[in-house]
Design a protein around this ligand. Sequence first.
Ligand code: ATP
Ligand code: MG
Length: 553
Amino acid sequence: MQKTELTQPSHFIRQIVANDLQTNKHDGKVVTRFPPEPNGYLHIGHAKSICLNFGTALENKGNCNLRFDDTNPEKESIEYMESIKRDVAWLGFEWTQLRHASDYFEQLYQYAIELIKHNLAYVDSLSAEEIRLYRGTLTQPGRESPDRNRSIEENLDLFSRMRAGEFADGQYVLRAKIDMASPNINLRDPAIYRIRRVHHQRTGDAWCIYPMYDYTHCISDAIEGITHSLCTLEFEDHRPLYDWVLDKLQTPCHPQQIEFARLQLEYTIVSKRKLNQLVTEKHVSGWDDPRMPTIAGLRRAGFTPQAIKDFCERIGITKQNSWIEMGVLEYCIREDLNTNAFRAMAVLNPLRIVITNYPDDKVENLEVSNHPQRDEFGKRIVPFSKTILIECDDFSENPPPKYKRLTQGEEVRLRGAYVIRCDEVIKNEVGEIIELLCTYDENTLGKNPEGRKAKGVIHWVSQVHSCPAEIRLYDRLFTVPQPDNEESFLDVVNPHSLQILRDCRVEASLHSATLENRYQFERTGYFCLDLESTLDNLVFNRTVTLRDNGEKD
Ligand code: ATP
Ligand code: MG
């Protein structure tokens, strides 16, 4: 894959906006909005929409609002709103205004009265089931409701009584009067208000009728002076309704709806409803479980805003739905962390080495650089002593061909320290290796041994100086690339997506690791401190392996 280009590649929405600016279509303005429904945490698909909406505004010195589309109070909550604000801010975007569809409830109601007065909406007493039956199908036109020709006066009266709470939930709906024979089913007199007695997180019990999404969205956009209303492809068929409502009403402006393809990412799911199910049925530890494709999960796993934005730019904006490989996201985070993560050493499955010719009480404080290319990252102290720990699988009694780690009788370099040779393997009664006896060459600190070259380099920590740590290794959440296409996505949850290693040892400097920093544990992968970590019980999450296949040098 190519390196990030300095100039941004264009896409069709950039072109539309550039043309509109040239022709002064929206008075030379660019105003966008990101309109999540606060019914769950944001996921990587939302990041695509966030980058597009905020990015389009930024690139054109325009504005972008964060608007909560909060018209479904039974599924929405303040917790979700707070998480959404946190995640957008974490990605590095600032909204011009924070708005809520519920800010417009009164205006939306008044606009509905306008529609009724123009004989463009009516109160219907058909039940939800009857409305469905009357709607017709793709091949059959719908039938008109017996209430369709109710008088304007009667409609105004009934609608005001709907608001006043005189009717039971579901007893009436307000419908737009469009065309029951339209080939576009969305235009067959869609419901625009329903009666629902639910407490709203912001308006409390002030309303017992709530406006429907399609009706609310276009008017909210118009009230805010949005110029380009960017949404995903499934709303393409709703655009005629969006335009119908705005054409019929005297709204401040008429935004232009433009659709783009949703992000679909392999081996995961981007649907709040399904992610919610994973949380409530405890397949994961919460919305911020590092295996989740939520922004909160990615953050906890160690992803950076930069990597996510880079990913969104790379996948581009098109009108074709397609599946993106997880490898693309992993590539972006590796690129970022390779440049920006501190290097450190951690041993996940320790094997003890005693360096028999090293003085018993000696400790050398070796200076090791924090990044091989970035001197400005400075150096840290890594203590070296007689007893050290290496990875179990960095030693082999019966090495396969081309094995470049430690074997009996051979030499290997300890990263940033000396070359050692393994002289003897100590085993317990059942034949398991418990310790290696090695010797070191004291003339090999920072230079090759005389007349020979050690085969490989392995990482290590000093036993007494290192800290115990728990390390959590994450794998894909699903066992198949397109879990959405399965009968139930719950059937293909990966049972091995989390592996917890509790006997790890990390170098002393990691005792002061911070949540903000990212680390490359040499030869092992990229890691970050977990939220649950404490000074007594360090916990690290693996963000991503070093390479695609997770192999070591
Ligand atoms: P979900 O099914 O996960 O709830 P949604 O589309 O209902 O998704 P909203 O809260 O309505 O979620 O989304 C806010 C904005 O984010 C919308 O404009 C929507 O089109 C966009 N969005 C949601 N999912 C994706 C995705 N996978 N790719 C790109 N944009 C998305
Ligand atoms: Mg939704």
